[in-house]
Ligand binder design. Structure first.
Ligand SMILES: NC(=O)c1ccc[n+]([C@@H]2O[C@H](COP(=O)([O-])OP(=O)(O)OC[C@H]3O[C@@H](n4cnc5c(N)ncnc54)[C@H](O)[C@@H]3O)[C@@H](O)[C@H]2O)c1
Length: 255
């Protein structure tokens, strides 16, 4: 029986955050079984309460994506509860702010740089290293990496480290797409613009309103806008789409 016939098993990191919760909900709605992972145990409890009606298809794992041990835990729980994952959504990310503002590049301390690289870049790298072998064995997989519009133009509200790591996510996406295509595995990135959810709440409403006024579609995005795109790319019918970046930004950056 193929991986798809057995039913989709998806791993979502940063699952308890603004976009992560919406991605989990969209995959559960489709009937997937979901391994919801996050570094925050309290936030994961809130997520479990929110999707209680689908609790038999959801398992939560507290894990740090920047650490190989976090990925080992995710893999072990997935195999134990649902079987080998055929979908990986690398969504966990951080964008440090100080009093609601980014630091300029010249002021970013090394420990903050390392923390952002660890979660935003090492996290997806380790995740694919950990879960791709199971997908290779099944000759099927869907990997979606959440990047950012900051990868397109260097970032307005996110710092230099944020823009650098999200640009790196596009590199990881393309390189793994090349390497894994022959195994029936697609690897794509989604680059959200400003989304009225999750980390966008770290800056003031006035800043977000000002940003919204510059977006051609005339509003900030929603978590659903991103989750819908992830669900599309993780579908078995999306088999001819790989190595791409889908911009979900209301036209704030076009190319
Ligand atoms: N909200 C936006 O406007 C926006 C725009 C572009 C890109 N993004 C990207 O979307 C993704 C989700 O962002 P969000 O807005 O939902 O943010 P969020 O802060 O609401 O969620 C991020 C989640 O990641 C978790 N996390 C942090 N460090 C972790 C670690 N080491 N291991 C595992 N989990 C960890 C957090 O606990 C949190 O639940 C991020 O990759 C972010 O860069 C967001």
């Amino acid at each position: 029986m193929s991986a798809v016939q057995q039913g989709r098993v998806a791993v979502v990191t940063g699952a308890a955050g603004g976009l992560g919760t919406s991605i989990v909900e969209a995959l559960l709605e489709r009937g997937d079984r979901v391994v919801a992972s996050d570094v925050s145990a309290a936030a994961l409890e809130a997520l479990q309460a929110k999707v209680a009606q689908a609790s038999d298809r959801l398992v939560a794992v507290v894990a740090d994506v920047a650490e190989p041990s976090g990925w080992a835990a995710i893999r072990e729980v997935a195999l134990d509860r649902f079987g080998a994952p055929s979908i990986l959504v690398n969504n966990a990310g951080i964008s440090p702010k100080h009093d609601g503002k980014k630091l300029n590049g010249v002021d970013i301390p090394l420990n903050e740089w390392n923390a952002v690289v660890g979660v935003n870049l090492t996290g997806p790298f380790l995740g694919i290293q950990c879960l791709a072998p199971g997908m290779i064995e099944a000759n099927y997989g869907r990997i979606i990496n959440i990047a950012s519009v900051a990868a397109r133009y260097g970032g307005r509200l996110g710092g230099l480290h944020y823009a650098a790591t999200k640009t790196g996510v596009l590199g990881i996406t393309r390189a793994f797409a090349h390497e894994l295509a022959e195994h029936g595995i697609t690897v794509n990135a989604v680059a959200p613009g400003r989304i009225a959810s999750g980390m966008a709440a770290m800056v003031s409403e006035a800043v977000n309103a000002d940003y919204a006024s510059t977006i051609p579609v005339g509003r900030l995005g929603t978590a659903h806008d991103v989750a819908h795109t992830v669900r599309f790319l993780s579908d078995e019918d999306s088999s001819f789409i790989t190595g791409t970046t889908t911009d979900v930004n209301g036209g704030s950056h076009m190319q």
